[in-house]
Design a protein around this ligand. Sequence first.
Ligand code: HGY
Ligand code: MN
Ligand code: MN
Length: 420
Amino acid sequence: MSQAPSRETLDRLDTGVTELSAFHDGDRPGWTREVFSEPYRASRDWTAARMRDAGLEVHVDAAGNIVGRLPGTEQSAPALVTGSHTDTVDGGGRFDGIVGVLGSIEAARLLQESGTRLRRDLVVVDFLGEESNVFGLSCLGSRSAAQELTSADLDRRDYRGVTLGQAYADYGLEPSRLLDVPWAKRPLHAFVELHIEQGPTLEKRGLPLGVVTAITGIERFVATFAGAADHAGTTSMDDRRDAMVAAAEAVLAVRSEGCGAPTHGVATSTRVESESRSPNVVPSLVRMYSEVRSVDPAWLSGVKGRLTAEIAAKAAALGVDVGFEWSTDNAVVQAAPGVQDVAGAAVDALGLPWMPIPSGATHDAVHMADLAPMGMIFIPSKGGKSHCPEEWSSTADIATGVDALVGTLRRLDALDSRPS
Ligand code: HGY
Ligand code: MN
Ligand code: MN
């Protein structure tokens, strides 16, 4: 049965959230701590110190991941890995990713305090830059660890024209070493990530925990609409080739695509920007940024063809040309059934109810799944809110998530062979 978390655990989790959130960009809304930013840089020393204080041996790898290690009794045994991220979106909250990093550190501490020596090394990670960023690429640190960061990725440019490789160098990481992070050379036993649900399901059903079944795939695109600049006052409505109108129709096409998904599917246009700064010129060049997600690989694989055709046809009817740059942020990833079963058994042993649940958010677990059998444990998000200042999870729920994580890690450690 689950025991009430100790006062010490609740206090450590509470102060951890408060202290870590203090590293944020005061000029931006919410608790903004974006990758490569100064508040993010300053927070990394805090996280490393927190890991050391919990008895972990800490180093920062070539990809900028903060890696803590609790040695196991069998040095040759493939390691157990857990962790998450502490960067935020612009205007983000205090719990997305942070719960998984603080929770993993607390789990490592509780294992030691209970006198448990795992057979396997326990590796606790704060992955660099999980959130999608101005370069349009998420999960920088875990992508590197899985050797999935490519030299083409390092050539991606942000709206200022700065490359991702330059951003790494400016941050103090050697780009040439990013593509060869030693992690992939070590066999790993399993990876488990504790995370907030970032949706409403657990709260609506009154459940304290969820075991993730699959993580959504994400297809992103930038559409560039090219029409004709004209005088906004003297050009008749029929004679226009208005790039902004074409973009507006595309935003609605993206929305209806998301609404039409047979199972879990969502679609969002997050930015539309016109080259022209004048308020009296018909827009000639407009760029639009969108993404589509689903845990249904078949539906998601058809999105690019459907949306490209529909948006191009609507633009052509307006005399506007359109070009697309599509990128797959990640494919749909199934959690390992063996890890799901172990996590479910750990929660059952706590005497707590739970449910299997898909993740509409993506996570570092997507890339770690290429290195080891992967699983995730969710705790409820108040009102299902996330990626905003209102994001909130109770300290008690976080502590319950830690208990589920400890039970899952113990059970995984006891398996002689890798979970299926
Ligand atoms: O975008 C996501 O789903 C995650 O929160 N980075
Ligand atoms: Mn996250
Ligand atoms: Mn996020």
